[in-house]
Design a protein around this ligand. Sequence first.
Ligand code: SF4
Length: 359
Amino acid sequence: MERQVGYWHLLTNGRIQCDLCPRHCQMNDGQDGLCVVRGRQGDTLVLRGYGQASSLCIDPIEKKPLYHFMPGEAILSLGTVGCNLTCKFCQNWSITKSERGSSLLDRLGETAMPEQIAAAAASVHCPMVAVTYNEPVVFLEYAVDVAQACHQRGIRTVAVTAGYIDAAPREELFRHIDAVNIDLKAFDERFYRSLVGGHLQPVLETLVYVHQETDTWLEVTTLLIPGENDSDHELHALTGWVFEHLGPDVPLHFSAFHPDWQLRDRPHTTAATLLRARKVAQANGLHHVYCGNVQEESGSHTWCHHCGTRLIARIGWQIADWNLTSEGHCRHCGSRCNGVFAGPHGRWGARRLPIRIRA
Ligand code: SF4
C-alpha cells in the first residue's frame, strides 16, 4: 500500500528533497530514494509498503537486544524492507538490499495494518511490539501508527535502529517509543563513510537526544568487526564518549560479527575480543556491558555495580536466575539497577515464533 508522507520540500531545481534522514535524497518524478521505500510520485513523496510486513515473529526481548527492559518477556517483532544506510556487513541484507533482477518490495508479505498488529499482540498476550529487523526510520509513519495502536491497548513499543535520522522526525518517532536499542556502529567517521555509507555525528546526536530529551529507555549496540572497529584506541574513545554523554548506566552490548553480504573476507569476532572490549568499557566506568552472538557466559549476566551480586543470570536468551526486587533493586545491597522492571521477570524463554495476521 502506498501512502503520502511528510518530511520533504521542493527545491528550486524542481526536485523534491526528502528531509527524513541525513542522506537528503533529491528526486525527480518517478525516482526512489536510496531506501527504496520512499519515492517521488508527481508532486509528492510516498511511502511504499505501508501496512505490509516482511517478517512478523514473537521473540524474547533479550534478542533485540534489550537486557534492562521487561526482561524475559515476549515481544512481537515487525520488519518491512529497505534501509537508509548501505552497510557492507549487513546481517539482514535479504530485506534491506536489492539484488539484481528482484525488487525489495516483492519481499513484503501480506497486509499487517497497525490495528491488526496491536490486536495480534493482545491476542497472544504479548506485552510489547518492536519495529526491527530492517531500519524503522524509513517506514516512520507506519512505525508511529503501529506504536499508537499498541499504546491504545496498553502494549509497550520498542525500536531497533541505527539512529540515522533528522531532528524533526526523530522527535516524532521517539514520542511514541518506550525503549530503543541504537546501533553505534563504530567511533570513527572513516568507518561510517566507507563501510556504512553515512556519517557518525547524526548518530551521536540521536543518542544524546534520546538520553537527554526523552523518557525512552536506551541501550546501545556495537558490532565488532575484526580489524575495522575493535582497536583498543577506538574502544577507549567509544566507551569514554558513552560514559561522558550517556552516563554509566546505559547498557552497552558488544556483538560478534559473522561474515556476510559484501564483507565475507573477514573472520568471525572471537569471544576474547568481546571480553577485551568489555574490560575497556568497564575501565571507563560503564556499569552494564554485555557480549552478544557468542557463547560467553560472564558477559551475558547483569551484575550489581555496587556490591557485585549477580542480579540476572542469562543462558542464551533465557533467564536462569533473578536477584532483583520487583522495583529493580539488588536483593543483597538494595542498590537500584537502572532499567524498566515490572515485577517478576517474564518466562517467554528462548522461543522464536513466526505468526501470521488473519484477515
Ligand atoms: S529516508 Fe530514504 S528517501 Fe529519505 S533521505 Fe533517507 S534514504 Fe533518502
